[in-house]
Write a protein that binds this ligand. Sequence first.
Ligand code: GCO
Ligand code: MG
Length: 403
Amino acid sequence: MPRITDARVIVTCPGRNFVTLKIETDAGVHGVGDATLNGRELAVAAYLSEHVVPCLIGRDAHRIEDIWQFLYKGAYWRRGPVTMSAIAAVDMALWDIKGKIAGLPVYQLLGGASREAVMVYGHANGVGIDDTIAAARGYIDQGYKAVRLQCGVPGMAGTYGVSKRRDRYEPADSDLPTETIWSTEKYLRIVPPLFAAAREALGPDVHLLHDVHHRLTPIEAARLAKDLEPYRPFWIEDATPAENQDGFRLIRQHSTTPLAVGEVFNAIWDAKTLIENQLIDYIRATVTHAGGLTHLRRIAALADLYQVRTGCHGATDLSPVAMAAALHFDLSVPNFGIQEYMAQTDETDRVFPHAYRFEAGQMHPGEAPGLGVDIDEAQAATYPYKRAYLPVARLEDGTLWSW
Ligand code: GCO
Ligand code: MG
């Protein structure tokens, strides 16, 4: 049996912060897992190094399910993003080790490929409608079959999803949280014309997506879903905060626009009511924030019973380790829908050499044994941690809102 001999947490900032767990075994192989929780990175790093790593040493690295249960039930304090990201990192690293020992890519251990490759969506954004459509064309020219559209809101200084640099989007931009101003009324005036113009300009085939980023009340979200219906969006995402799951019932009563939710979910219990009541169409939980491959597969299996498909979060605050793990998951689950993809910086790609590849709007995890991704510790050490927070949003009268 491969015994765990050592585990350590590596925090690096090649342009943005990443937390990686590396587990060593006496079988001559190691595994890596992503534990990045944007803006709260060191909480997960400490949870792992202070409370998880000591419990791992000496254990059989093959016992993935048992170690998962040990860390989940054994903590007594269940769930939560910090706990579940820490468990996820261990889980990913153990799947990586198992794959390397078996000499197989992880997707083979998960039942093999259910498709040739996985459809991804890119992020098109711009200050106005025209440059957003131009950005979308840029993605379509690269072969993308699906594009997310976000544009600036007239009368507002900035908004979620619109970056200074078109090809990169990094909201965690400041040593202390940046304060931004939000106007629902102004936002609701611009998104339907954006979609009307995009559908007209880009034709019927390309999938168009949009992220509301938790900013609307249920009835406002229902209005947006209804207004966008003629333009056949692939989904609208996080239309309203999901703590109140009945809010989604209200949106459903008014529209057939598909709904996606779940990038901030960390356990199957966050999604259970939404899935069982068929209040959503896509579940966006990720391998990093929702307990690793072991738990994400459980969520996907529940979703599959209700024809809810997966659409994993894939922003740049998930490291290439998470992207690799997501692609093995995506390739294997029967109810895959789509995968979000944002290219990382060259520095990040150098710190995390990987086997996954993009081609014509689709991605594949590659055939390397394990996850097919690693961390170059020497490179990582040259980029020390730098505190960075996500922004906060306030209404025009100063009321704190959902960012
Ligand atoms: C997305 C997300 C991200 C989040 C980010 C927060 O759909 O890609 O909403 O961009 O804002 O992951 O850390
Ligand atoms: Mg989102």
